[in-house]
Design a protein around this ligand. Structure first.
Ligand SMILES: C[S@@+](CC[C@H](N)C(=O)[O-])C[C@H]1O[C@@H](n2cnc3c(N)ncnc32)[C@H](O)[C@@H]1O
Length: 779
């Protein structure tokens, strides 16, 4: 009978054990050692009564099993017995191999001492020597075992590193692999994973169901590794007709094959499988038809491979317009900013506003014929007059009218979320705070309203002198009726910086009878992250207020506001210097001045004089003709009036046969004098009233223009031109800087309507005055 130890070794379940067996000299004690793998099968003919050593080893072994499976030593022993029966050497090892391995080991191992052979109780010295030898061998085996065990350790550590950079799914896979490795390690040493799993209640003695449930990724592999019996069972074909306990257990533990559940919603849901992100929608549809794919994508593509072709090929790609990228939290915030999201009239401005109501306007647009097209385009009367359409002044429904900027903005801001607001304050490198877009804005789209306190110019001066005298920045902008928006307490738009090549523009629009100022995207639109800028058209009023511009645009004017006009042209200056030098040296004036021959200069002067004379003459002639005509008319009118008076006062005179002209001529001096005086007075009175009438009427120009309809288009075009020039003055920035403003009173702000009025009034009054003057002169 072969020693139990040898058989125990030969029946090790793991492949590793089998390999080790051929060249390792291990004793029975080695098998029982804590550091070695517990045997999984025992020979059928093994008996614990064979020797005390064997019995001892067996007890130790049973004790360990009990500890690992949390069973009492007795039940462990029972389990071990069951296991012994179940995992017999015959079951696990092929007979030929078994024989071979047994014989190999037998031949390699030293013969048992005689004492052992003869007597079951060996002599103590012999036993001691034997024990020493065994201990040495055991140490050697332990070293080898730990070397083997370190391999899975290294692999496991590497796996842990990889896990940290992978996604959840990949991490799960690796986790499974790692457990697998530790199981391998456990097989080599002490099956640590198994015992841990057992301690966690994942594997119970009877069933492996919970563990099987947990290992979704490699259920078979993992459970077989955790359960060495099962692996052995799988590796070595069991004897026919000898179903073992392990076979039954494995069948029970087999998990159900789980079916992957794809997501039912997400960004790409609905796209067909052959969808190519680089193609247009129509091309994609065509491709789908060509491929014949009808399957819709019901899951998200993995993000790590998304746009990989663009990255690999270093190709540009467009981010969708609705990308929203706000700044991360913790940005520097401006101090001393009182937020005010609507205009507030302050002090006298309220009265001014109440007195000077803006006229109403209305458009006559019709809905566009094509579906989806928007009405109230450039030819909308409201739009051309900078009025916004609403239910009362526009016949189009809201969703067909494109002239509802402020209504849209109000709706957007009411939502109050960051995306709809779309702008945020940002610290710039060299211009203090600025405003950036955290989303994209289409061209001409309204972005943000410029609001603040509406004050009169007097209040502006007071504030500049008293409240803001130590400020570095001012937030004043021209408004309506000579009033000013002071956005020191105002909306975020006050932080928008100037640029000589701006991406936004500022417009004043009358919405429901009230003027409002807002920033609109320029013709190129605004991209996410761009800083908003507009041209301040800054009026510095004096050189002291001129500020250096740091916009960095290629066409930067260098200063905030219009470029300063050069005082003297280089040509004139050079010519002046030349003249001075010539005079100083007593030289005759050079033949050429400013590079022009004197003769030509003289001719030019003569020509100029002649033209001037001609113009004067023709003007005089015209004036003379007009005067004569006027005189004739006046005379006739006076004569008629005199005749009427004469006929009423004296019948004699009327009855006299004296021809009318004579009578006229007789009475001419006194009558004419009187008439002329009356006429002059009447004309001058009329002129005054005409001026006032014109002034009154001009305020109605807006509504008149509207009623004129198509015939007023030409007038509108002119108005448009004027408006563009007006915007410059109306929406220019008020003087900034530390200069006390009241010292140099700012010129009155010219408004659109007032400019129209003044121009037309000037013409009319000029004409009337000329006529009156000529009449006076005649008199
Ligand atoms: C209405 S504030 C704009 C917000 C201001 N940056 C702030 O931090 O409050 C106008 C002031 O900003 C500065 N600024 C704006 N645009 C500028 C530019 N292009 N170059 C230099 N300074 C500019 C000037 O000091 C100007 O007086």
């Amino acid at each position: 009978m072969s020693p139990p130890s040898l058989l125990r070794r030969s029946s090790s379940s793991s492949t590793l054990s089998n390999i080790t067996l051929a060249d390792t000299r291990e004793s029975s004690v080695n098998v029982a050692d804590a550091s070695s793998t517990p045997p999984t099968s025992l020979p059928e003919d093994f008996s614990s009564d064979d020797s005390e050593l064997g019995a001892k080893t067996d007890r130790v072994l049973r004790g360990r099993r009990a500890a690992k499976s949390h069973l009492s030593p007795d039940s462990a022993a029972t389990a071990a017995e069951n296991e012994t029966r179940a995992f017999s050497g015959a079951t696990l090892v092929e007979p030929s191999r078994q024989e071979q391995s047994s014989s190999t080991i037998k031949s390699e191992l030293p013969e048992k001492p005689e004492a052992v052979k003869d007597n079951v109780q060996p002599d103590p010295p012999v036993l001691k020597e034997s024990k020493n030898r065994l201990r040495n061998e055991r140490d050697a085996a332990r070293r080898k075992s730990s070397r083997l065990a370190s391999i899975p350790d290294t692999v496991s550590a590497a796996a842990a590193k990889v896990t940290s950079v992978l996604g959840k799914r990949s991490r799960d896979a690796l986790e499974g692999g790692r457990e697998m490795l530790s199981s391998v390690k456990g097989l080599g040493r002490r099956a640590s994973t198994l015992s841990r799993s057992q301690s966690q209640g994942l594997v119970s003695a009877g069933t492996k169901e919970p563990l099987a449930k947990r290992s979704r990724i490699f259920p078979n592999l993992r459970s077989s590794l955790l359960d060495p019996d099962r692996k052995a069972d799988r590796l070595l074909p069991a004897k026919e007709g000898t179903p073992t306990v392990s076979t039954i257990t494995v069948k029970q533990a087999l998990p159900k094959k789980e079916k992957k559940k794809w997501l039912g919603k997400g960004l790409y849901v609905g796209q067909h499988r052959h969808f190519d992100g680089r193609l247009t929608e129509s091309k994609n549809k065509a491709k789908q038809v060509a491929v014949g794919s009808t399957t819709e994508r019901t899951h998200l593509p993995l993000p790590m491979f998304g746009h990989s072709f663009d990255r690999i090929e270093d190709r540009d790609f467009v981010i969708p317009y609705d990308v929203f990228a706000p700044l991360p939290k913790g940005q520097e915030k401006p101090t001393s900013w009182g937020k005010l999201n609507h205009n507030r009239f302050v002090g006298e401005a309220t009265d001014v506003w109440k007195k000077k109501k803006l006229p109403r306007s209305s458009c006559m647009c019709s809905p566009p014929s094509n579906d989806g097209e928007m009405g109230c385009g450039h030819d909308c009367l409201n739009r051309s007059m900078d009025y916004e359409c609403d239910e009362e002044n526009c016949p189009l429904p809201t969703d067909r009218c494109s002239n509802r900027a402020f209504a849209t903005l109000d709706e957007r801001c009411a939502k109050g979320n960051k995306y709809d607001v779309g702008v945020e304050v940002v610290r710039t490198t060299n211009r203090g705070f600025g405003v950036r877009a955290c989303r994209e804005f289409q061209p001409d789209r309204i972005i943000v309203e410029y609001t603040g306190e509406i004050i009169t110019s007097e209040e502006r001066d007071r504030r500049m002198n008293e409240e803001y005298k130590d400020n570095e920045c001012y937030y004043l902008m021209s408004f309506q009726h000579g009033m000013i928006i002071d956005a020191t307490r105002g909306s975020i738009a006050r932080f928008v910086n100037h640029s000589c090549e701006p991406n936004c523009r500022v417009e004043k629009i009358t919405f429901q009878g009230r003027p409002r100022v807002a920033m609109f995207a320029g013709p190129n639109g605004i991209k996410t992250g761009e800083e908003l800028t507009y041209d301040y058209k800054f009026d510095p009023f004096s050189a002291a207020n001129v500020q250096e511009c740091r916009c960095g645009a290629p066409s930067c004017r260098g200063v905030l506001g219009p470029k300063p006009r050069p005082k003297e042209t280089k040509k004139g200056f050079v010519a002046g210097v030349k003249r001075t030098v010539a005079k100083a040296f007593g030289m005759a004036e050079s033949e050429e001045s400013d590079g022009e021959p004197q003769e030509r200069q003289r001719k030019r002067k003569v020509l100029k004089r002649r033209r001037f004379d001609e113009a004067e003459t023709s003007g005089e002639t015209k004036q003379k003709g007009k005067k004569q005509q006027l005189e004739k008319e006046n005379d006739a009118r006076a004569a008629r009036r005199a005749a009427r008076q004469t006929s009423s006062s004296s019948a004699v005179v009327s009855a006299s046969p004296t021809p009318q002209p004579q009578l006229q001529s007789q009475s001419t001096p006194s009558l004419l004098q009187k008439t002329t005086t009356t006429t002059t007075t009447t004309i001058s009175t009329r002129a005054d009233s005409a001026i006032s009438t014109v002034e009154e009427r001009s305020s109605e120009t807006v509504s008149l223009l509207h009623s004129l309809g198509s015939s007023s288009r030409a007038a509108e075009d002119k108005t448009k031109e004027k408006r563009s020039s007006l915007r410059q003055s109306t929406l220019s920035f008020q003087p900034l800087g530390s200069r006390p403003i009241s010292l140099k009173k700012s010129p009155p702000v010219r408004e659109k309507s007032s400019l129209m009025r003044k121009d037309s009034v000037k013409k009319i009054t000029g004409g009337v005055r000329r006529v009156v003057g000529s009449l006076k002169g005649k008199r």
